[in-house]
Design a binder for this molecule. Structure first.
Ligand SMILES: [Zn+2]
Length: 285
Protein backbone atom coordinates (compact mmCIF):
# COMPACT_ATOMS: atom_id res chain seq x y z
CA UNK A 1 0.00 0.00 0.00
CA UNK A 2 0.92 3.61 -0.36
CA UNK A 3 1.28 5.81 2.71
CA UNK A 4 -1.20 8.67 2.41
CA UNK A 5 -0.70 11.03 5.30
CA UNK A 6 -0.41 14.75 5.80
CA UNK A 7 3.09 15.93 6.47
CA UNK A 8 2.46 17.10 10.04
CA UNK A 9 0.79 13.79 10.95
CA UNK A 10 3.65 11.85 9.37
CA UNK A 11 6.10 13.92 11.41
CA UNK A 12 4.34 12.98 14.65
CA UNK A 13 4.74 9.26 13.88
CA UNK A 14 8.36 9.65 12.74
CA UNK A 15 9.27 11.64 15.84
CA UNK A 16 7.79 8.92 18.01
CA UNK A 17 9.69 6.18 16.16
CA UNK A 18 12.98 8.03 16.17
CA UNK A 19 12.71 9.00 19.81
CA UNK A 20 13.63 5.36 20.36
CA UNK A 21 10.81 4.90 22.85
CA UNK A 22 7.85 3.53 20.98
CA UNK A 23 5.11 2.77 23.52
CA UNK A 24 3.79 -0.80 23.65
CA UNK A 25 0.26 0.30 22.92
CA UNK A 26 -0.72 3.08 20.56
CA UNK A 27 -4.20 4.24 19.62
CA UNK A 28 -4.43 6.25 16.39
CA UNK A 29 -7.61 8.33 16.17
CA UNK A 30 -8.98 11.08 13.91
CA UNK A 31 -8.56 11.50 10.16
CA UNK A 32 -10.28 9.08 7.80
CA UNK A 33 -9.90 5.31 7.70
CA UNK A 34 -7.20 5.39 5.06
CA UNK A 35 -5.16 7.99 6.94
CA UNK A 36 -5.38 5.98 10.15
CA UNK A 37 -4.25 2.84 8.34
CA UNK A 38 -1.38 4.76 6.74
CA UNK A 39 -0.30 6.06 10.14
CA UNK A 40 -0.46 2.55 11.61
CA UNK A 41 1.59 1.07 8.77
CA UNK A 42 4.12 3.89 9.05
CA UNK A 43 4.49 3.24 12.75
CA UNK A 44 4.83 -0.54 12.23
CA UNK A 45 7.41 0.01 9.47
CA UNK A 46 9.28 2.35 11.79
CA UNK A 47 9.33 -0.35 14.46
CA UNK A 48 10.89 -2.96 12.17
CA UNK A 49 13.04 -0.81 9.86
CA UNK A 50 16.77 -1.27 10.59
CA UNK A 51 17.82 2.09 9.11
CA UNK A 52 18.79 5.14 11.12
CA UNK A 53 16.10 7.53 9.96
CA UNK A 54 13.10 5.30 10.31
CA UNK A 55 11.02 4.21 8.52
CA UNK A 56 13.03 4.57 5.29
CA UNK A 57 10.14 3.01 3.32
CA UNK A 58 12.57 1.51 0.82
CA UNK A 59 14.51 -1.21 2.68
CA UNK A 60 13.45 -4.83 2.61
CA UNK A 61 11.68 -4.69 5.96
CA UNK A 62 9.72 -1.53 5.10
CA UNK A 63 8.71 -2.91 1.69
CA UNK A 64 7.43 -6.08 3.30
CA UNK A 65 5.33 -4.13 5.77
CA UNK A 66 3.81 -1.97 3.02
CA UNK A 67 3.17 -5.01 0.81
CA UNK A 68 1.51 -6.79 3.70
CA UNK A 69 3.79 -9.78 4.16
CA UNK A 70 6.28 -8.90 6.88
CA UNK A 71 6.39 -11.97 9.13
CA UNK A 72 6.34 -9.82 12.28
CA UNK A 73 3.58 -7.40 11.37
CA UNK A 74 0.06 -8.74 11.76
CA UNK A 75 -3.22 -7.18 10.74
CA UNK A 76 -5.91 -9.36 12.32
CA UNK A 77 -8.93 -9.73 10.07
CA UNK A 78 -12.56 -10.21 11.02
CA UNK A 79 -13.63 -13.78 11.65
CA UNK A 80 -15.25 -15.53 8.73
CA UNK A 81 -18.91 -16.32 9.10
CA UNK A 82 -19.51 -13.56 11.62
CA UNK A 83 -21.36 -10.50 10.49
CA UNK A 84 -20.20 -6.88 10.65
CA UNK A 85 -16.45 -7.21 10.77
CA UNK A 86 -15.94 -8.72 14.20
CA UNK A 87 -12.94 -10.75 15.26
CA UNK A 88 -14.30 -13.47 17.52
CA UNK A 89 -12.76 -14.03 20.91
CA UNK A 90 -11.94 -17.57 19.87
CA UNK A 91 -10.07 -16.50 16.73
CA UNK A 92 -8.27 -13.80 18.67
CA UNK A 93 -7.08 -16.41 21.17
CA UNK A 94 -6.26 -19.19 18.71
CA UNK A 95 -4.68 -17.18 15.95
CA UNK A 96 -3.07 -14.28 17.73
CA UNK A 97 -2.91 -14.33 21.53
CA UNK A 98 -1.38 -17.80 21.57
CA UNK A 99 1.43 -16.57 19.31
CA UNK A 100 2.24 -13.34 21.08
CA UNK A 101 4.87 -14.77 23.40
CA UNK A 102 6.73 -16.35 20.48
CA UNK A 103 9.83 -14.34 19.54
CA UNK A 104 9.77 -12.22 16.37
CA UNK A 105 11.02 -13.81 13.16
CA UNK A 106 13.11 -11.11 11.57
CA UNK A 107 12.71 -7.86 13.43
CA UNK A 108 13.19 -6.88 17.07
CA UNK A 109 9.47 -6.47 17.58
CA UNK A 110 6.19 -7.97 16.56
CA UNK A 111 3.46 -5.49 15.70
CA UNK A 112 -0.28 -6.12 15.74
CA UNK A 113 -2.39 -3.62 13.88
CA UNK A 114 -6.09 -3.69 14.79
CA UNK A 115 -7.86 -1.60 12.15
CA UNK A 116 -11.20 -0.05 13.15
CA UNK A 117 -10.55 -1.63 16.50
CA UNK A 118 -13.83 -0.53 18.05
CA UNK A 119 -15.71 -2.54 15.42
CA UNK A 120 -13.23 -5.40 15.13
CA UNK A 121 -12.85 -6.06 18.86
CA UNK A 122 -15.88 -6.40 21.05
CA UNK A 123 -15.58 -5.82 24.77
CA UNK A 124 -14.71 -9.46 25.47
CA UNK A 125 -11.88 -9.36 22.93
CA UNK A 126 -10.52 -6.07 24.27
CA UNK A 127 -10.61 -7.54 27.76
CA UNK A 128 -8.75 -10.62 26.52
CA UNK A 129 -5.99 -8.39 25.19
CA UNK A 130 -5.86 -6.36 28.36
CA UNK A 131 -3.56 -8.66 30.31
CA UNK A 132 -0.95 -8.50 27.55
CA UNK A 133 -1.40 -4.75 27.28
CA UNK A 134 -0.92 -4.40 31.02
CA UNK A 135 2.25 -6.48 31.13
CA UNK A 136 3.54 -6.41 27.59
CA UNK A 137 6.51 -8.55 26.62
CA UNK A 138 9.46 -6.36 25.60
CA UNK A 139 9.06 -6.97 21.89
CA UNK A 140 5.37 -6.40 21.36
CA UNK A 141 3.65 -3.43 19.75
CA UNK A 142 -0.12 -3.02 19.66
CA UNK A 143 -1.59 -0.45 17.31
CA UNK A 144 -5.30 0.28 17.35
CA UNK A 145 -6.90 2.57 14.80
CA UNK A 146 -10.26 4.04 15.66
CA UNK A 147 -12.32 7.08 14.75
CA UNK A 148 -12.38 8.19 18.34
CA UNK A 149 -10.29 6.69 21.14
CA UNK A 150 -13.34 7.02 23.37
CA UNK A 151 -14.84 4.04 21.56
CA UNK A 152 -12.21 1.80 23.17
CA UNK A 153 -12.50 0.40 26.68
CA UNK A 154 -11.19 2.85 29.23
CA UNK A 155 -8.89 0.17 30.62
CA UNK A 156 -7.24 -0.18 27.18
CA UNK A 157 -7.25 3.53 26.49
CA UNK A 158 -5.63 4.42 29.77
CA UNK A 159 -2.62 2.26 28.98
CA UNK A 160 -2.15 3.54 25.45
CA UNK A 161 -0.42 6.45 23.86
CA UNK A 162 -3.12 8.22 21.88
CA UNK A 163 -2.13 9.87 18.62
CA UNK A 164 -4.69 12.18 17.10
CA UNK A 165 -4.42 12.76 13.37
CA UNK A 166 -4.99 16.38 12.59
CA UNK A 167 -6.91 17.83 9.76
CA UNK A 168 -5.20 20.77 8.13
CA UNK A 169 -7.45 23.44 6.79
CA UNK A 170 -6.98 24.29 3.12
CA UNK A 171 -8.23 27.75 2.31
CA UNK A 172 -8.91 29.33 -1.04
CA UNK A 173 -6.96 32.43 -1.93
CA UNK A 174 -9.81 34.94 -1.44
CA UNK A 175 -10.63 33.68 2.06
CA UNK A 176 -6.96 33.68 2.92
CA UNK A 177 -6.66 37.36 1.87
CA UNK A 178 -9.87 38.28 3.66
CA UNK A 179 -8.65 36.65 6.88
CA UNK A 180 -5.37 38.56 6.62
CA UNK A 181 -7.32 41.83 6.26
CA UNK A 182 -9.34 40.94 9.36
CA UNK A 183 -6.11 40.34 11.26
CA UNK A 184 -4.72 43.69 10.11
CA UNK A 185 -8.00 45.27 11.16
CA UNK A 186 -7.91 43.61 14.57
CA UNK A 187 -4.46 44.93 15.37
CA UNK A 188 -4.98 48.33 13.76
CA UNK A 189 -5.40 51.38 15.96
CA UNK A 190 -8.39 52.42 13.91
CA UNK A 191 -11.69 50.61 14.19
CA UNK A 192 -12.46 51.72 10.66
CA UNK A 193 -9.84 49.25 9.29
CA UNK A 194 -11.56 46.32 10.93
CA UNK A 195 -15.04 47.39 9.83
CA UNK A 196 -13.76 47.85 6.28
CA UNK A 197 -12.24 44.36 6.25
CA UNK A 198 -15.45 42.79 7.55
CA UNK A 199 -17.81 44.87 5.38
CA UNK A 200 -15.90 43.83 2.26
CA UNK A 201 -17.36 40.37 2.87
CA UNK A 202 -20.91 41.21 1.95
CA UNK A 203 -22.04 37.69 1.21
CA UNK A 204 -22.70 35.18 3.94
CA UNK A 205 -20.61 32.46 2.29
CA UNK A 206 -17.60 34.76 1.85
CA UNK A 207 -17.79 35.89 5.47
CA UNK A 208 -18.20 32.30 6.65
CA UNK A 209 -15.11 31.15 4.70
CA UNK A 210 -13.01 34.08 5.90
CA UNK A 211 -14.02 33.43 9.52
CA UNK A 212 -13.09 29.75 9.13
CA UNK A 213 -9.60 30.74 7.97
CA UNK A 214 -9.34 33.35 10.71
CA UNK A 215 -10.28 30.69 13.30
CA UNK A 216 -7.60 28.40 11.93
CA UNK A 217 -5.02 31.16 12.31
CA UNK A 218 -6.20 31.85 15.86
CA UNK A 219 -5.72 28.14 16.62
CA UNK A 220 -2.19 28.31 15.24
CA UNK A 221 -1.61 31.35 17.42
CA UNK A 222 -2.66 29.21 20.39
CA UNK A 223 0.03 26.65 19.54
CA UNK A 224 2.52 29.48 19.79
CA UNK A 225 1.84 29.64 23.53
CA UNK A 226 2.72 25.93 23.73
CA UNK A 227 6.10 26.74 22.22
CA UNK A 228 5.45 26.17 18.51
CA UNK A 229 6.75 29.00 16.32
CA UNK A 230 4.23 30.05 13.68
CA UNK A 231 5.47 30.04 10.08
CA UNK A 232 2.54 32.15 8.87
CA UNK A 233 3.37 35.90 9.14
CA UNK A 234 -0.30 36.71 9.80
CA UNK A 235 -0.25 34.38 12.81
CA UNK A 236 2.96 36.01 14.02
CA UNK A 237 1.24 39.40 13.93
CA UNK A 238 -1.57 38.02 16.07
CA UNK A 239 0.76 36.58 18.69
CA UNK A 240 2.55 39.92 19.00
CA UNK A 241 -0.69 41.71 19.76
CA UNK A 242 -2.80 39.16 21.65
CA UNK A 243 -2.01 37.06 24.68
CA UNK A 244 -3.36 33.55 25.13
CA UNK A 245 -6.60 34.43 26.90
CA UNK A 246 -7.46 37.04 24.27
CA UNK A 247 -6.87 34.52 21.48
CA UNK A 248 -9.22 32.11 23.23
CA UNK A 249 -11.83 34.86 23.58
CA UNK A 250 -11.45 35.69 19.87
CA UNK A 251 -12.06 32.05 18.94
CA UNK A 252 -15.19 32.05 21.10
CA UNK A 253 -16.62 35.18 19.51
CA UNK A 254 -15.76 33.94 16.00
CA UNK A 255 -17.53 30.63 16.65
CA UNK A 256 -20.52 32.55 17.89
CA UNK A 257 -20.59 34.60 14.69
CA UNK A 258 -20.27 31.44 12.58
CA UNK A 259 -23.28 29.99 14.40
CA UNK A 260 -25.28 33.17 13.84
CA UNK A 261 -24.43 33.01 10.13
CA UNK A 262 -26.39 29.80 9.91
CA UNK A 263 -29.51 31.63 11.05
CA UNK A 264 -31.41 34.38 9.30
CA UNK A 265 -29.13 37.07 10.70
CA UNK A 266 -28.67 40.49 9.13
CA UNK A 267 -25.12 40.39 7.83
CA UNK A 268 -24.39 44.10 8.39
CA UNK A 269 -25.53 43.90 12.01
CA UNK A 270 -23.38 40.84 12.46
CA UNK A 271 -20.33 42.58 11.00
CA UNK A 272 -20.81 45.54 13.32
CA UNK A 273 -21.29 43.26 16.30
CA UNK A 274 -18.21 41.21 15.40
CA UNK A 275 -16.11 44.32 14.93
CA UNK A 276 -17.06 45.69 18.35
CA UNK A 277 -16.42 42.30 20.00
CA UNK A 278 -12.98 41.98 18.39
CA UNK A 279 -12.11 45.54 19.39
CA UNK A 280 -13.27 44.95 22.95
CA UNK A 281 -11.18 41.78 23.29
CA UNK A 282 -8.12 43.31 21.69
CA UNK A 283 -8.08 46.58 23.57
CA UNK A 284 -9.65 45.87 26.97
CA UNK A 285 -7.22 46.28 29.82
ZN1 LIG B 1 13.25 0.71 6.19
Amino acid sequence: MEIRLQKDNEDVIRDLVNSGRIPHTVIIEGGDGEERKSAAMLLAAGAVCPQNDRPCLCCNACRKVLDGFHPDVFIPEPSKGLKSGILSLRDLRDRYLSQMSVKPNEADVKAYIFLDADKLLREDAQNALLKTIEEPPQNLLFIFTVESAKAMLLTVRSRARIIMLRHTFHADEDSEKAASSIIDGVISLYEYDLLKALNALNEKQALKNALAVFTEKLRQALSFYSGIQPADPAVKKLTRKLDRSRVIAMIGVTNEAAAKLKTNVNIQLLQTWLSSQYRRITWQK
